[in-house]
Unconditional design. Structure first.
Length: 110
């Protein structure tokens, strides 16, 4: 599902990853992280896709919200487990979203 984000500016945390073959507990943790993220101040939405390469994008109101999420204790445990068990490689990118548009608004000029 495409996240319904507010008018920019806001921030996107883009987590790109390649998984290992040992995914014990992964789905449960991913579900828990999504529920927990939804409860965090500044959380705006989430999107993900996987076809060999996994890409997860979470949207946040500001950089302070992203930092608070990074420091959240359950999330830190998930990060540690990911590094040790679930991911062969990963990269996290943080970007400020300056513009966005939908299919219906794509004909409008900036």
């Amino acid at each position: 599902m495409i996240a319904n984000t507010p008018e920019p500016p806001y921030y996107a945390v883009i987590f790109t990853n390649i998984q290992t073959s040992d995914l014990r507990g992964y789905e449960e943790m991913a579900d828990h992280m999504l529920e927990l993220a939804r409860q965090q101040p500044g959380y705006l939405g989430f999107e993900s896709a996987r076809d060999g390469l996994g890409i997860a994008v979470s949207y946040w109101q500001d950089e302070e919200s992203i930092l608070a999420w990074k420091k959240q204790l359950d999330h830190q445990l998930a990060q540690k487990t990911g590094r040790e068990r679930w991911y062969v490689d990963y990269r996290t990118r943080i970007a400020k979203v300056e513009r966005d548009y939908t299919r219906d608004s794509s004909l409008l000029s900036f």
